[in-house]
Design a protein. Sequence first.
Length: 80
Amino acid sequence: MIEAKEDKQFLTKAKFAKLIEGTVTKKRLSYMDAVIHLCESYEVELEEVRKFISPVIKNKLEAEAMRLNFLPRVNELPID
């Protein structure tokens, strides 16, 4: 699933999202672990991967972080 390291400059949000989804499924990793694994494979700094994270993957990462209590859960509807 992971392509050659020479392709790292051609990563797009869509391509990176597919790589993350494939890694989560194939290796049975969490989304956070999949991102870390792909960063190591593509030699991309974790701080720089932000530009490759699609909104869909970002939502999945946030949900995972809330489930693991890394982020506060948002259970209330905003009422003004």
